[in-house]
Ligand binder design. Structure first.
Ligand SMILES: NC(=O)c1ccc[n+]([C@@H]2O[C@H](COP(=O)([O-])OP(=O)(O)OC[C@H]3O[C@@H](n4cnc5c(N)ncnc54)[C@H](OP(=O)(O)O)[C@@H]3O)[C@@H](O)[C@H]2O)c1
Length: 280
């Protein structure tokens, strides 16, 4: 299968590189063309627009910011839907709303093509290690066709339901991530107030049943005051907002949304753990 890849940001770059390294034939497109250079160096071809890419590939992956970006890539003048296509598969790995997935799935179906929502759990580290968990929604036959590719990008791919179900599940996962991030930031701030060293608190958490790769990475970042984004606070706020719009309504997730929403203007481009500064 000829592979197309749209979106070479923090996640899309290492994810598409996994496919190039596995010796697939990959063509890439990114709105800001300079970001295509490293992929080109690795052996990928490039396309001038999403429309061109659709015509050159059989399976097209998307890893772009949000609903607005998806709308733009599908419905723009040189977008996916402007292409003359049949029997293509678009795999949207971006974290977006279930509504936009259903809308684009319907539009592709009218063109005799297929859509899979396939957001991922994991961040840049897991993308580099090809150890993401892919959470898919759509037709089983479409999922089975692309499953080997999803398992090249990640360590596991799970089909959870029809179109949009992958998005809903991902929003549940990231609401938990928002709650955990806020919780970690709050207890680090509390222990500092009580003159407990953060390194001692983190050594205890990392060696307890509460320890996790996420808590370890974000605890280290908090200790080093390193807020360079692996996952931007604005993307997490977008996800918490999308969960609310999808009907999430429970105390902790609602509180996390309010916390991150209020910090977004000031800290949006920093990493999620930068919330610790707002909560100080
Ligand atoms: N970072 C993480 O840890 C992480 C983990 C799991 C899931 N996600 C999700 O994965 C997606 C990508 O995240 P990221 O961290 O890779 O973001 P990023 O580094 O900000 O990259 C965003 C990508 O989307 C493209 N884009 C944005 N608006 C566009 C538009 N209107 N038209 C066309 N392309 C557009 C950007 O193109 P330009 O280069 O031209 O700006 C870039 O390629 C998001 O949905 C995010 O929530 C992120």
């Amino acid at each position: 299968m000829r592979i197309g890849w749209i979106g070479l940001g923090k996640m899309g770059k290492p994810m598409s590189e996994s496919l190039v390294k596995a010796e697939h034939s990959v063509t890439v497109y990114n709105r800001t063309k300079e970001k295509e250079a490293p992929l080109k160096k690795d052996g990928a071809a490039t396309a001038n627009s999403p429309k061109d890419l659709m015509e050159q590939a059989d399976v097209i992956f998307l890893m772009i910011s949000d609903d607005e970006a998806v709308k733009n890539v599908f419905e723009g003048e040189d977008g996916i839907l402007a292409a003359d296509i049949k029997e293509k598969i678009v795999v949207n790995m971006s974290t977006v709303s279930p509504e936009i997935s259903r809308k684009m799935a319907t539009a592709l179906k009218e063109k005799g093509s297929h859509y899979l929502d396939a957001p991922v759990s994991g961040s840049v580290k897991q993308a580099n290690e090809s150890s993401l968990v892919v959470i898919a929604g759509g037709e089983k036959a479409t999922f089975e066709k692309v499953k080997p590719l999803l398992e090249t990008i990640g360590k596991k791919a799970i089909l959870v339901g029809d179109t949009g179900a992958g998005n809903v599940t991902k929003l549940a996962v990231n609401t938990f991530l928002g709650v955990v991030t806020q919780g970690l930031a709050e207890v680090i701030n509390f222990s500092r107030l009580k003159d407990i060293e953060t390194k001692d608190l983190m050594e205890i958490l990392n060696n307890s049943a509460l320890g996790s790769p996420f808590v370890k990475i974000k605890g280290d970042a908090a200790m080093q005051e390193n807020y360079n984004a692996a996952f931007t606070l604005s993307h997490l706020t977008k996800d918490l907002r999308l969960a609310q719009q999808a009907g999430f309504d429970a105390p902790l997730g609602n509180a996390a949304y309010e916390t991150f929403r209020k910090a977004e203007g000031e800290l949006g481009s920093e990493d999620v753990i930068a919330i610790i500064k707002k909560l100080q």
